[in-house]
Design a protein around this ligand. Sequence first.
Ligand SMILES: Nc1nc2c(c(=O)[nH]1)N[C@H]1C(S)=C(S)[C@@H](COP(=O)(O)O)O[C@H]1N2
Ligand SMILES: [Mo]
Length: 555
Amino acid sequence: MIAFDAAHKAVHYPADRRFRIWIKPSFLIVGVCLVLVPLALAWYQRARYGLPYIAPIAPVDPATFTGVHGFPWWLRWAHFFNFVFLMMLIRSGLSILMDHPRLYFNNGCTPGTEWIRFTPLKVPTDRVWRASEDDRYISPLIATPGYRHSVGIARSWHFLDVYGFIIVGLMFIPLLFFSGQWQRLVPNSWSVLPRAWADFVHYANFHLPPEPDGFYAFNALQQIAYFFVVYVFAPISIVAGVAMSPAVVSRFTWLPRIFGGRQGARSIHFMMMLVWAGFIIVHVTMVALTGFRINMNHIVLGTDDLRPLGMILGFVGLGAVIASWIAAHYISWKAPRVLQHAQKFVSLPLRLTLINRFHPRSRYTKEQISPYFWANGQPPDREDWKQLQRDNFRDYTLKIGGLVENPVELSLPQIRALTEEEQITMHHCIQGWSGIAQWNGVSMKTIIGLVQPKPSARTVAFFSFSEDQYGKPYYDTQSLENVLKPECILAYEMNGSTLPSEHGAPLRLRVENQLGYKMVKWIERIEFIQSEKELGEGEGGANEDDEYFDLLPNI
Ligand SMILES: Nc1nc2c(c(=O)[nH]1)N[C@H]1C(S)=C(S)[C@@H](COP(=O)(O)O)O[C@H]1N2
Ligand SMILES: [Mo]
């Protein structure tokens, strides 16, 4: 249960809950044109030539109709579950979005280069503006769980739902194929385009064209819309989501380029959400306008008649879905640990068997280094660190101990004397921002060769001089397996200069197949242990303990 004491209130329900949407004028103009130009053409066509002729549709005789028709039970259930999952994906996605309420098409997320932002705040230029100060409040009426900085919990819902969405898709596509139902969604001739346009001209002029009975055939525009939903929007949404995964992107740097970069993928993931939301609104409106009762019987009961039962059950279903949002809200705030563990139960094995296997091999050039790199987390407030900083970390030593044969204490010159690694990688923060930088340091593999972990050491814990936002010491853990992968280093240089204070001086972790919060900054000591369960709340790190973040955020 999340107690709303002063510290939590300051994070989740701050005094400043203003919300504002700003869109870059060029994007606004393009967006408005995308809507207005087709409408204007349709209005012009009607004014000039009248409504296009659409032949009346002869009623179907069910006894003699031989084509694929109707709505089999699996299709009706898939339709219902897709609605459940999609709505929750949208709601949790909005919560995730508000953790970094800016969207870009450049990898470095330079403030001022957003094409849209959902915050009234401009990033100040006279001081370090931490990414964690930038997140915004969103009402739980429209997002799950809503409030501010609930990204960990929101991600639990987002992933649980996307697994549901994908499972439905994996069953739906073969069933469509084997039942022949795919023929109802895939146009079989290009003549569908002029016919769809004719339908559109009617709708745009607030006129209903002659409608086929959806039990036997869809009108052309409807068929194209359904085709896009199943075969275009769903795959794009999923692939754009995957193109935000650090484990995937650090291995296949080309993937996000399909979307114009890592932030392009994030922007397109968001635009797809708009498309889904737009589709749902238009679809429901058309269902209501073109014979609500019969349409509801089609999709709820699979019958083609005028009984009220489909409509009644439809409303019951809708009520159940809304009740599930309310339940999700209470689960989020009253039992976040249960939710976190439920998501981990499914996600951790999946990640371990799939994307955590990839070995990072980032391929970026110096020219691709981001001109701006967001900073996150509160710098240490501890006097000993401040003293070290004043002395340029002359007296700093890194203590490495725990379950090792050879505990060491290394000064910075000693660390620099070890084999140096250099890598240009992309950082992915859980909040959504990213940045490309060059990092120099010593690999954890080298460190491990030096300290010789005992066989019982399975986990590596990194302790920081700093605190998290609830005043607890910041720490995080890694599996031994993951720190042995390429590009896992203790960095002492960023972009060719000594690591700046806000980015973790004198030493910070880089582990490129995971999200940013795993990369402890201002490292004080490292300990080899058996399991992350020995530390803190046992979840694997300060954020895992207090923010319900993932133990293994490969995505
Ligand atoms: N000690 C400490 N390390 C930390 C954090 C923090 O709050 N404290 N924030 C993490 C998060 S959420 C991110 S995204 C990265 C940000 O690194 P950067 O400031 O160099 O961009 O640091 C990580 N390491
Ligand atoms: Mo982060």
